[in-house]
Design a protein around this ligand. Structure first.
Ligand code: ZN
Length: 458
């Protein structure tokens, strides 16, 4: 069992609350713990403007992560991504977030490793954008593999939040309750990683500031600061939280940061050998889902790349490759409609197209949204099952069959049936009234092609 203390460090509207960061940073340091401070770009800028070099210096003992450039200011990520496609969406994320990452790095002196989404706003293009900008971890992720067990999604390590200090602000008998709940959570998560978060600002404020709710963009000159707690309330919170951190450390719980988490799961560049490739082709024909072989997990998108590469190799050389490179492809980026009237395809015709399909994978870095063979569009899942059948037949009979069946039910990876994918929604109170984010949800489901459990490598 490992524990990450994660700090959503965001509030830039209320003056006089910056000391909360220092209180938390010093509290953890006192017990030898390194916290993960996810800093909003504008928060870093106001710390500098307010001359808080003391806070910046205190944070040097902790990990610095990123919590978006402007947090709740509109349009939120999901709000603008709902109007965009894949590539323009990723471009917008990079354009809007890169100045924030730069400022956090420049002001705090560390390159962030994890990205924490603001409230309930995200989109799969945010994950891709963060990977492009060198942030390999997504915390407070919309899904993880299992409680406390991270997942790869869009080639980023996704881990959720599991508990918080915030839920105990108003609880009577606070410390005893925190300890009891924590022991229960440890039992439930077992050999996993618990992430416990808080908003440092809430140590001093009774509520969040409210300048961006329901799509409002209150001008800076009209920002209303958050209401403050009394000194005795603040002292009681600090006393109990300090005692809780001391308790956790005393119990021998290993406190880590996101960098350490990432090092445990980071995937080395690997090649797949021929034997495992055939095994993978057998497995993927059973279910359009991630597959695990020899303690390595492969996403459906990676399996698509491996299968197409091997078939193209066979077309050119008459043999299957001894090793196949694993390309970290993303999923299809458009939902298309397919004519499902024909139930089979001629293998010779399919193989004539395989070189072009393979080249396109490397060029576009993604599973195609449709595979067009002789003017006929085939869904990528349907195509993958057919390709895997051909690969299996080549291995068994040395020559490809003449025809292969097409399964029209293979549209999206089966993980989309899980309740977290199936019930995905955008109901954070910051969104414009009536915002549903349907297009973002559709994009997020397409990227289920990239979903697979994160397995320990280190
Ligand atoms: Zn936040």
């Amino acid at each position: 069992m490992q524990l990450i203390f994660s700090f959503d460090t965001e509030e830039y509207e209320t003056p006089g609350i910056d000391d909360t960061i220092k209180i938390w940073a010093n509290m953890l340091a006192k017990y030898g713990c390194r916290g993960a401070f996810c800093i909003v770009g504008e928060k870093a800028r106001v710390l500098l403007e307010r001359g808080r070099k003391d806070i910046i210096d205190t944070l040097a003992a902790h990990e610095i992560d990123f919590h978006s450039n402007w947090h709740s200011r509109h349009p939120l990520h999901a709000e603008y991504l709902d109007e965009l496609g894949w590539d323009d969406g990723v471009q917008r994320v990079v354009a809007e977030e890169s100045p924030g990452i730069q400022d956090v790095e420049k002001i705090l002196g560390q390159r962030p490793i994890a990205y924490c989404k603001p409230g309930g706003s995200w989109g799969p293009q945010v994950a891709e954008g963060m990977v492009l900008m060198g942030l390999p971890v997504f915390c407070d992720a919309p899904f993880e593999f299992a409680p406390g067990k991270p997942m790869w999604y869009c080639n980023q390590l996704f881990i959720g939040y599991h508990t918080s200090f915030d839920r105990y602000f108003e609880v009577e008998n606070r410390l005893a309750q925190m300890k009891a709940d924590f022991r229960q959570l440890c039992d439930r998560i077992g050999d996993g990683t618990i992430v416990m978060y808080t908003h440092p600002v809430r140590l001093f404020t009774r509520k969040f500031a409210d300048n961006f709710r329901y799509g409002r963009n209150t001008p800076r000159s009209e920002w209303v600061p958050a209401p403050m707690r009394t000194r005795s309330q603040i002292d009681a919170l600090i006393r109990d939280f300090d005692a809780f951190v001391k308790y956790v450390v005393g119990e021998g719980i290993e406190v880590i940061d996101y960098q350490q988490l990432y090092q445990q799961y980071k995937e080395a560049p690997i090649w797949m050998d021929g034997k495992n490739l055939i095994q993978l082709a057998e497995q993927i024909q059973q279910e359009l889902s991630y597959q695990i072989i020899d303690d390595v997990a492969y996403s459906p998108a990676e399996i698509f790349g491996l299968t197409v590469f091997a078939l193209d190799w066979h077309r050119r050389t008459g043999k299957l490759p001894e090793v196949t490179p694993i390309r970290r492809l993303i999923g299809p980026t458009q939902t298309l409609k397919f004519d499902e009237s024909e139930a089979a395809i001629n293998v010779g015709v399919l193989m004539d197209s395989i070189g072009e399909i393979n080249a396109k994978l490397t060029e576009s870095h993604r599973v195609p949204s449709s595979i067009v063979i002789e003017n006929r569009a085939i869904a990528p899942g349907t195509f993958l099952k057919a390709a895997a059948q051909i690969l299996g037949a080549i291995e068994t009979h040395a020559i490809p069959p003449t025809q292969v069946s097409l399964d029209p039910d293979w549209q999206l990876p089966t993980i989309v049936q899980r309740s977290d994918f199936a019930g995905m929604n955008f109901n954070w109170s910051m969104f414009y009234p009536g915002f549903e984010g349907k297009h973002v949800i559709e994009m997020a489901k397409l990227q289920a092609w990239t979903a697979k459990p994160a397995l320990k490598t280190g």
